[in-house]
Write a protein that binds this ligand. Sequence first.
Ligand code: NAD
Length: 259
Amino acid sequence: MYADWTAKTCKENGFDFTLREIDREHLEDEIRTANQDDEVDGMIVYYPVFDSTRDRTLQWTVSLYKDVEGLSPQLISNMYQNIRFLDPPANTRKSILPCTPLAIIKILEHLQIYNNFLDYGKRLFGRRITVINRSEVVGRPLAALLANDGAEVYSVDVTGIQHFSRGSGLRKQKHEVRDMDGWGVQRCLPVSEVVISGVPGDEYKVPTDLIREGAVCINFSSGKNFNQDVKEKASIYVPAIGKVTIVILLRNLLRLAEA
Ligand code: NAD
């Protein structure tokens, strides 16, 4: 389903998209072949394939120079350390960022949650954001990126709440993480100008009564994490982000192809 949607957007925008369906035991070899194939500028692997440990090996097999999803170890490591280029000090090649977190960031830029009067890298200074989901592919990298841009982030998961921040006055070059023992969503939602939720499935709902009046609410789960009445509380409600994620994949592809 995701591949079909991506194919449609690619074709509409003049990109060649080929879907290769193969036995999962042959996938690692297929990725290595695509890494060497000059006809391929970028690739997407649709996870989950095996369990999370074995899938990580697949992610590591994708060439850094063809990884439109931004999941290669060096790219992930650069992101967490707030290193934005692959070739310092020349700084001509930008480090690709993971596509779903980046899609959410682009939405926040569009909604002017990013303050353009501030310097690049500080444009979320003063913002408090709650992110519900701390998965390795979306929630944790998203919390890190937002904190690296200056926000105070409350990262909520079943294991508890963590605070991601660059400290008072953004004195630190990259974010630090602190466990918020004893905290629940009832403490972070009322103080957050932005609430981003991505709990899989349809069961989980963000309690509307705890959301701050006029907050921006974004759902990235395939289910609906917000109740209908969120529209009466939020200033802006973004119910889905899939289309933006596909555009970001294409943007990452252009970055890789042009380098
Ligand atoms: P995942 O299963 O890897 O991670 C889900 C995370 O949510 C886990 O850390 C889990 O512990 C946490 N969680 C579960 N219940 C929770 C609760 N009640 N409160 C707080 N945290 C809770 O999934 P994922 O890859 O992060 O994807 C999450 C959702 O986002 C899925 O629905 C997926 O389809 C969707 N998704 C959308 C896009 C897009 O572009 N729209 C892209 C990727 C994923």
